[in-house]
Design a protein around this ligand. Structure first.
Ligand SMILES: [Zn+2]
Length: 389
């Protein structure tokens, strides 16, 4: 049997000519008529039951750029295909694009495809799906499905890729990365999440070296008898992280070290300073996203967005507002200290609480705390101006 991995087919192409048959509860055609979505013997569309949660989840996943898994086509003739696996997901996409159901937006409002912003529509339509085209006799195809769904535990993406691109390269790669006896596993586990048995170290190594194009990379190297490049790149990234960050923290596991290596490995770091900085941030109770600490430090400790620093609580804002306003009224000047020293019409303006925002007097990045003593209310314009500096 032949299998070809297609990575360029878009949602738009798949759903071109999509027809949904209400009466039979089936998505019928796609790919401009070349694709039969639910052949006669397939079960009906079930994702719309249960309040439509599952079909909504398919759309939300695509919009958030989460993978929706592999899809299998059976190539019936040179330009005719049937969906072997993926009918429910494809039908969800087709039904959404033809306004058969709505998703909920960030504010819990119903949103139909037709009413979505153009850029969101475009994003959905241009999303590429991972599709295997299988070509073979019926018994070969059945055999194939048996192997990919061993004992009811479906293979994950990497296990499937290993099956599709089996050969000397995969054999060598598994010896190195999928062998739980490998003495390096413990070291790798500090930075890579998952288990060797389920091919997650191999997946990570391939992801890093291929910059996310694992299928292409494996396809090109299928016949290679060595894995030198893969091994060298992976070890280079791991060595780089462990030399920049002397202390191993649990939040390091599973970060995009391949991307961070590409972005920052040409900079020089003083491990002693990096270590001190990271430790200080680790002890900072105002940091909500501790996984962001490493990229923050690598980037020169400037991009505080990575850390999600806690904001002032409402009660603190209210207390500071009341105090500031009473004082300002006595002096007949604005309760925004920056407006008060200005020369325009706002010099004496008393802003309402809703028109103001809390600001750190001493910047958080310079050691200022998120406490009442370090809180000052500014009008929104001045707060924004200060934040941009
Ligand atoms: Zn102001």
């Amino acid at each position: 049997m032949n299998t070809t991995l297609k990575t360029n087919i878009t949602v738009k192409e798949i759903c071109d000519g999509f027809v949904y048959n209400e009466l039979e509860g089936k998505g019928l055609f796609g790919l401009s008529g070349k694709l039969t979505i639910q052949p006669e013997y397939q079960r009906n569309y079930i994702y719309a039951s249960d309040g439509g949660k599952r079909e909504m989840a398919v759309i939300e996943s695509v919009l958030k750029e989460y993978p929706i898994g592999l899809i299998y086509f059976n190539k019936v003739s040179s330009d005719k295909f049937e969906v072997l696996d993926g009918q429910q997901r494809i039908t969800s996409l087709g039904r959404f694009i033809t306004d058969k159901f709505a998703i909920k937006d960030e504010n819990g409002m119903e949103q139909y495809f037709g009413g979505m912003a153009k850029d969101k529509q475009k994003k959905l339509l241009e999303t590429k799906l991972l599709i295997y085209e299988c070509e073979g006799t019926e018994s070969q195809i059945k055999e194939w499905f048996k192997t990919i769904n061993i004992a009811g535990v479906p293979l994950n993406n990497q296990e499937l890729l290993n099956a599709v691109y089996s050969g000397p390269f995969v054999t060598k790669a598994k010896e190195e990365f999928s062998n739980s006896q490998n003495a390096n596993i413990q070291k790798w586990s500090a930075y890579v999440s998952g288990s060797a048995n389920r091919q997650e170290f191999l997946e990570c190594a391939l992801d890093w070296v291929s910059k996310g194009n694992i299928g292409d990379y494996m396809s090109k190297r299928r016949k290679d008898k060595n894995i030198d490049e893969l091994k060298k790149y992976f070890n280079t990234v791991i060595d780089w992280v462990s030399s920049v960050f002397a202390d191993v923290e649990s939040e390091m596991r599973g970060l995009e070290w391949g991307r961070l290596y590409e972005e920052y490995h040409q900079k020089t770091y003083n491990p002693v300073k990096v270590s001190a900085e990271a430790r200080k941030l680790y002890g900072d109770p105002y940091i909500k996203n501790r996984k962001g600490i490493f990229e923050y430090v690598l980037g020169g400790s400037t991009d505080t967005k990575l850390l999600e620093v806690r904001v002032f609580e409402e009660v603190i804002k209210r207390v500071v507002y009341t105090k500031q306003t009473a004082k300002a009224e006595k002096k007949s000047e604005s309760n925004c200290p920056l407006c008060a020293v200005g020369h325009d019409a706002n010099r004496e303006k008393i802003w309402s609480l809703g028109e103001m925002d809390a600001d750190h007097v001493a910047a958080w990045s310079k050691g200022g705390k998120t406490t009442i003593k370090n809180c000052e209310m500014l009008c929104k314009t001045h707060n924004r101006a200060k934040g941009n500096r």
